[in-house]
Design a protein around this ligand. Structure first.
Ligand code: SF4
Length: 381
């Protein structure tokens, strides 16, 4: 399956923990960005005739794509269709909204253009927690945006919820997760805060001005999972939970190592066994596009067989579908049975029908298990 990702790098205000490529931008810069995205996609279409016509899933993420005005959103969708993406025939088309810029007009533009799935950056239902991590929106705006999205019958809706925030309790996580699960969304991303020491929140923590109780991480995650599972959501990836049929096809394609195209600053794609990364900073990306998108302007990562197997293990083990031994063998590698037994006997994983998958507390040790298996994996002779 071929996916298409478009990165919109603008946010109204930068959250204190953010490590994405995003920045506030006046309208003239947003216009410039759209012209550049169009040029980048058109250049790609000339080099790969017909490829956009094969796209099956679209994801417009950021940043905050909903920061674009309805007119600019309309133009973006027109450009995507203009290079040959079959908007009306896509299996899934997701657009990210943040509460402060989620309104009826933007939702109507998105749905009218063929968007079938909305992802809302809700993050928390408690004002003091939103404040402590520097989120721009307030709880009322978050609830209003959620109600607007779930009332649109042509949209499937995801909402993001964070845990392990400064000042958050386990009860906060359980109550908020339970409320969200009953709110009408079909998909929830429940993920732990990652502290980047170079960002405002990380600096405050380093100075002792803020604290995060990392000991609560496991309890918050496990109680959140329990809360979702008792309400009909199933974990299909370590941080992603869906009601039946509500899984994100676009993200599943990433985890299954499917191909995808990507445009915009810092966007990265995967095609013909090569991972490619656009320049991360906006100014460098602008130069790259203005210079005609030379291949030398991209960072290319041609995966060796070792890279491929590491990636296969890492991506497959984070999903409920697990790692198939047949898939490992196709890549020319195997792992001795004793390496699996250790994790199975500890109750962290199971093996059935030639598939090794994480269970229970094993999800908390995903990185350790992947590293352990990788260190023991051998190339077949
Ligand atoms: S909304 Fe998301 S991308 Fe924008 S600053 Fe906050 S965390 Fe970063």
């Amino acid at each position: 399956m071929l996916g298409l990702y478009i990165h919109v790098p603008f946010c109204k205000k930068i959250c204190d923990y953010c490590d994405f490529h995003a920045f506030p931008a006046p309208e003239w810069l947003q216009l410039e960005y759209l012209n550049l995205i169009e040029a980048e996609m058109c250049t790609f279409a000339e080099r790969h005739p017909g490829l956009f016509g094969r796209v099956e899933t679209l994801y417009v993420g950021g940043g905050t794509p909903s920061l674009l005005s309805p007119e600019l959103m309309d133009r973006l969708f027109g450009m995507i269709a203009g290079v040959g993406v079959p908007m009306a025939a896509l299996r899934e088309a997701t657009f990210e909204f943040n509460p402060e810029s989620c309104d009826a007009e933007r939702v109507a533009v998105a749905v009218g253009a063929g968007i079938t799935r909305a992802s809302l950056g809700l993050q928390s239902l408690r004002q003091h927690l939103l404040n402590r991590v520097g989120r721009h929106h307030d709880v009322e705006a978050g609830r209003g945006a959620l109600a607007l999205l779930v009332s649109e019958p042509r949209l499937r809706v995801n909402a993001d919820l964070m845990f392990d925030l400064p000042g958050q309790t386990v009860d906060d996580v359980v109550e908020d997760t339970a409320w969200l699960a009953e709110s009408g969304v079909g998909h929830i991303s429940l993920y732990g805060l990652k502290i980047d020491p170079s960002r405002r929140l990380g600096l405050r923590i380093a100075k002792g001005l803020e604290t995060v109780d990392e000991d609560l991480y496991a309890d918050m995650y496990l109680r959140g999972v329990e809360c979702l599972e008792t309400r009909g959501f199933r974990r299909y990836e370590t941080s992603n939970f869906a009601r039946e049929g509500e899984e994100s096809l676009h993200n599943l394609n990433y985890w299954k190592r499917g191909e995808y195209l990507a445009f915009g600053p810092s966007a990265h794609g995967f095609l013909d066994g090569v991972r490619f990364y656009a320049p991360e900073r906006y100014a460098k990306w602008r130069d790259y596009v203005k210079n005609g998108c030379p291949e030398g302007g991209l960072t290319l990562d041609r995966l060796s067989s070792e890279d491929s197997v590491a990636e296969f293990m890492q991506l497959s083990l984070r999903t409920k579908y697990g790692m198939s031994l047949e898939g490992l063998e196709k890549l020319g590698f195997c792992v001795p049975g004793s390496a699996f037994s250790r994790w199975i006997s500890e109750g962290f994983a199971e093996m059935s029908d030639g598939v090794f998958r994480l269970v229970g507390r094993g999800w908390l040790f995903m990185d350790t298990i992947v590293l352990d298996l990788y260190s023991k994996c051998r190339q077949n002779r």
